[in-house]
Design a protein around this ligand. Structure first.
Ligand code: AKG
Ligand code: FE2
Length: 358
């Protein structure tokens, strides 16, 4: 029998794009990566949308004096954008630099080393790809490394405990620090929405709430306009905290029907609302579609840290919110059902969440 909380998600094993680019002098993109199905247009530099992504100052958010105006800003960012940049989060910049160089080093390990951490058939954790469900499906121009870090019982024995020591220590500390940031943000959101704090806390508690990480490696591509680094999607989680690992940009979010590039500020995180928070907030906060694009010159790396309720928790619109809003906009379901469904299909924008709307 499956242990409590464990999930069996899988994806068809695909070639490493990093290896393919390294080994062969590729000048044209292999057909499986050509994405004529994707809209490549984006808003250009002159657009005011580019500079408008809200910036939230965590120090202000936590200080008692200025708290209310920063909470209001947070509330606005979550309602109107579903995305914001977080500055003054309190995590030491030199530790973030170390985290970035360790992640870079991990992807640059020799293939013989990386093979030890490759996805096994019927598993999604490790190096590989997610959301590949058929042999003729188009593929993203990227490799990922995915692992569950919290709660500790969900760590796969052949992955986290076997990571190179210094990388493991760094990931342990990064996990704890980012988890702390996520908890504070979620508590402030509950306050802004006047959701009973215990309703939120019981979903994002320290005992069984889940933290997983997806490290993304996007190699340079000779024909960047033909491929997509990461297919448009919303995150099937509560809250995502994203750190851009090197200086290369490539994240775009969909705002008012247009793809808007995000330029991360130094030492900031990019935070976004996931589907589960959209459900809990009864649609008041929205998970926003985003994607990764690549370029012809430089590799790009990022690490997304996901936070969501324990696998056997029931999620649905917060009762205190539904009482006030008079209508529940989403069905209730068990967290694991949501994730099982998400990982058994191709990424496709927000279509999966849409199926749960009442
Ligand atoms: O690479 C990025 O900036 C985006 C990553 C992302 O959206 C994800 O891992 O879910
Ligand atoms: Fe994402």
């Amino acid at each position: 029998m499956e242990s409590k909380g464990a999930a069996k998600w899988s994806s068809i094993i695909v070639p490493s794009v990093q290896e393919m680019v390294k080994e062969k002098m590729i000048t044209t993109v292999p057909p499986r990566y050509v994405r004529s199905d994707q809209d490549k247009t984006e808003v250009t530099d002159g657009s005011s949308l580019i500079t408008e992504i809200p910036i939230i100052d965590m120090k202000l958010l936590c200080s008692s004096t200025a708290m209310d105006s920063e909470v209001e800003k947070l509330d606005f960012a979550c309602k109107e954008w579903g995305f914001f940049q977080l500055v003054n989060h309190g995590i030491d910049p030199s530790f973030l630099d170390k985290t970035k160089s360790e992640i870079q080093g991990f992807f640059n390990l020799p293939m013989e080393e990386k093979k030890k951490f490759w996805q096994l058939p019927d598993e999604i954790e490790g190096f590989g790809q997610a959301f590949v469900v058929s042999e003729d499906q188009k593929l993203d121009w990227a490799d990922m490394y995915f692992h569950t870090v919290q709660p500790i019982e969900l760590r796969r024995p052949h992955l986290f405990p076997k990571l190179p020591l210094s990388f493991r220590d760094t990931m342990e500390r990064y996990s704890a620090e980012v988890h702390n940031v996520a908890k504070i943000l979620i508590a402030k959101m509950a306050r802004a929405l006047e959701i009973k704090p215990e309703e939120m806390l019981k979903l994002f508690d320290d005992v069984d709430s889940v933290q997983s990480m997806r490290m993304n490696y996007y190699p340079p591509c000779p024909q960047p306009d033909k491929v997509i680094g990461l297919t448009p999607h919303s995150d099937a989680v509560g809250l995502t905290i994203l750190l851009q690992v090197n200086e290369v940009e490539g994240l775009q979010i969909k705002k008012d029907g247009k793809w808007v590039p995000v330029s991360p500020l130094p030492n900031s995180f990019i935070v976004n609302i996931g589907d589960i928070l959209e459900i809990i907030t009864n649609g008041t906060y929205r998970s926003i579609e985003h994607r990764g694009v690549v370029n012809s010159e430089k590799e790009r790396l990022s690490i997304a840290t996901f936070h969501f309720p324990g696998m056997y928790k029931e999620v649905g619109p917060a009762k205190s919110l539904v009482q006030r809003q008079k209508v529940a906009k989403f069905k209730r379901l068990i967290m694991k059902e949501y994730m099982d469904g998400f990982y058994s299909r191709e990424l496709d924008g927000k279509s999966y969440l849409d199926a749960l709307r009442i």
